[in-house]
Design a protein around this ligand. Structure first.
Ligand code: PDD
Length: 287
């Protein structure tokens, strides 16, 4: 079945939606994005994703797409038109297509941003069996640019990281800078040691995960201790548990890093509990 997607004010078949070869995202990776999950036909953490989108646009001095205020309605309409019960909505805003290639930003008065949204149908997303057995990660150098807090479409290195993991027989990679884990290729990283949940503090070094913010709030509400600080790969190897969070995987246990089993190689209680709480609370709050 072909999807109905959204492009610059129109709902079109995915086969008909076309973007210019001069689009700044195509030529310069000059675009930002958000991924919002859908559970039970409802948008999860939508307010947070919208706020971060606004921040990304501001940080890059990028014009808001004309339909910015209508984004909730567009998301909802795509869910409805594509019959999504569980899945993802991808949204991308680019600096538009000025009609030629030039390093300088185009005049926002004459070049409109490009706004694209599409759905990904993922039945069984919440009940993912992988969450019961956990995943394996490898560590790799973090060689990305220094503004990882902006959610840009520059995803070549994260893609390469996933391929390095695959080649090594693992599922994902955690990136390391100056001896400390920054984050996963497309998620925020955590360890649990002596009952404490440890995750890197927010800065320009990592993406400020929307799932991270919700999970840490729920953890604190459940009287769990949270320590926001960088941790090393050796600390991860020695941890009682590890996990990651993202809008597409929620809370996902990590049971191995660089071939060393974490917490005896089985999924931990803290990650399991946080996944349950996150799913329960965010489905309740879905819009
Ligand atoms: N990735 N860190 C990075 C580098 C990410 O790409 C993501 C999300 C996260 C988690 O953020 P959030 O909880 O807001 O999803 C952290 C999305 C899911 C993606 O690129 O598909």
């Amino acid at each position: 079945m072909t999807r109905t997607v959204y492009l610059n004010g129109e709902y079109l078949s995915e086969t008909e939606a076309k973007v210019s070869i001069f689009d700044r995202a195509f030529l310069m990776a000059d675009g930002v994005y958000e991924v919002t999950s859908v559970l039970g036909g409802k948008l999860i953490d939508f307010g947070g994703h919208l706020k971060r989108l606004e921040r990304s646009l501001n940080e890059l001095d990028m014009k808001k797409p004309a339909a910015f205020d209508d984004l909730l309605e567009i998301h909802r309409k795509l869910v409805e038109l594509n019959g999504i019960d569980e899945g993802l909505i991808y949204l991308q805003v680019t600096r538009g297509a000025p009609g030629d290639r030039d390093f300088a930003f185009p005049d926002p008065e004459t070049t409109e941003p490009t706004l694209v949204l599409f759905t990904q149908n993922k039945p069984g997303l919440a009940d993912n069996p992988t969450a019961k057995k956990g995943i394996k990660v490898i560590s790799i150098d973090d060689i990305r640019w220094g503004r990882r807090d902006i959610k840009t479409v520059q995803l070549l290195y994260p893609s390469m990281g996933k391929m390095m993991a695959k080649k090594a027989g693992a599922d994902d990679a955690w990136m390391v800078e100056d001896g400390f884990v920054t984050e996963g290729t497309s998620n925020n990283a955590y360890i649990v040691k002596d009952g404490k949940i440890i995750t890197r503090n927010l800065s320009t070094d990592i993406l400020h995960g929307i799932t991270r913010a919700a999970v840490l709030k729920f953890a604190r509400e459940a009287q769990m201790i949270v320590e926001e600080r960088p941790f090393t790969v050796d600390e991860a190897k020695d941890a009682d548990e590890a996990f990651f969070t993202s809008a597409s995987a929620f809370v996902m246990p990590v049971v191995e890093i660089d071939g060393t089993a974490i917490g005896g190689g089985s999924v931990g209680q803290v990650a399991t509990r946080l996944r349950e709480i996150y799913l329960e609370e965010s489905i309740k709050a879905g819009v």
